[in-house]
Design a binder for this molecule. Structure first.
Ligand SMILES: N[C@@H](CCC(=O)N[C@@H](CS)C(=O)NCC(=O)O)C(=O)O
Length: 306
């Protein structure tokens, strides 16, 4: 977070700098080709997590190789545990500055690097997942799900907007607020949306019936971090995820799917937030709890088609 990102006590996220689009036909100069691009992620980051889930659900692991940064970040930004074998970079900043020497923002994950032009194509996280879903279709594994079905897009986009503003980014607005009213506004909006989702998930296995969509992919990373981090570190403590029977069972249902569960790294998540964000946790001490069983039976298989 830069100082400019808190305006009158409210957290305002920086705009994404790299917004070129990879397309199936390559019209903008970036064709969707197997092996051409490299995805940079942190397991800790919810915006990166969604790209890992989609990549795995669609079977794009070989077509789009990924590199994972160390969960602890200092003032130099994200660091690779070992220099990245493809780009040679030791820090993510090197890739940002190679692409734009005048770049002055935060060096963020997720981002996609083009090995042909040796430039970053995009760090525009909302478009990374939908690009994989709609422009990489020729590279999808046989039988891959359609996560962004055309007929549902307006409804998915509408729900995603609410979830982004009040949940995904809502927890950050609560956690990084430096004014009481900004914090309380974010807190109230977050739990109001949790109430709506709790009700929606009472009769529906996933957010859009019995198929997983982009909406589930976007909600899940915040739920996965909620009790371990956001409840305490970001002061989102009206209720735990575990106090919402439907949302909690839904989150465990998703966790049982390898694309969700195997991309969820609680060690990276906890160490990243509590050690790196010293502005709100100056000691860097990482809480030992909570004790949460993500593998407990969720019982949602029987939910009827919504
Ligand atoms: N690109 C967006 C979202 C992605 C994002 O915030 N990623 C975080 C990790 S969750 C990051 O890489 N932060 C690096 C930093 O703050 O230096 C942004 O610029 O705010």
């Amino acid at each position: 977070m830069t100082a400019q990102e808190v305006e009158r006590g409210r957290f305002v996220r920086q705009p994404n700098r790299f917004t070129a689009r990879i397309t199936a036909d390559g019209a903008g100069g970036y064709p969707a080709e197997a092996g051409r691009y490299r995805l940079f992620v942190s397991y800790a980051c919810p915006w990166a997590h969604r790209s890992l889930i989609v990549r795995r659900l669609l079977g794009l692991e070989d077509a789009l190789p990924a590199a994972v940064v160390d969960p602890i970040r200092d003032e130099r930004g994200w660091r690779f545990p070992d220099p990245d074998p493809v780009t040679g970079a030791a820090f993510l900043s090197e890739l940002y500055l190679a692409s734009d020497p005048s770049f002055e923002g935060r060096y963020t994950v997720p981002c996609i690097w083009d090995t042909v032009t040796e430039r970053l194509v995009t760090n525009d996280f909302p478009n990374i997942t939908t690009t994989l879903e709609t422009e990489f279709t020729a590279l999808h594994a046989p039988g891959a799900p359609d996560l962004y079905p055309e007929a549902l897009r307006p409804e998915i986009d509408e729900l995603n907007d609410l979830v982004y503003n009040t949940v995904n980014n809502g927890v950050y607005k609560a956690g990084f607020a430096t004014a009481q009213d900004a914090y309380e506004d974010a807190f109230d909006a977050l739990f109001a949306t949790f109430d709506r989702l709790e009700e929606r998930l009472a009769g529906s296995r996933y957010l859009f019936g019995d198929r997983i969509t982009e909406a589930d992919v976007r909600l899940y990373p915040t739920l996965a971090r909620f009790d371990a981090v956001y409840y305490s570190h970001f002061k989102c403590n009206l209720r735990r995820l575990a106090d919402h029977p439907n949302l909690w069972a839904y989150a465990r249902d998703l966790y049982s799917i390898p694309a969700f569960g195997e991309t969820t790294n609680f060690d990276h998540i906890k160490r990243h937030y509590y050690v790196t964000q010293r502005n709100i946790n100056p000691s860097g001490v990482v809480p030992k709890g909570p004790l949460v069983d993500w593998t407990a039976p969720h019982g949602r298989e029987a939910l009827a088609r919504a």
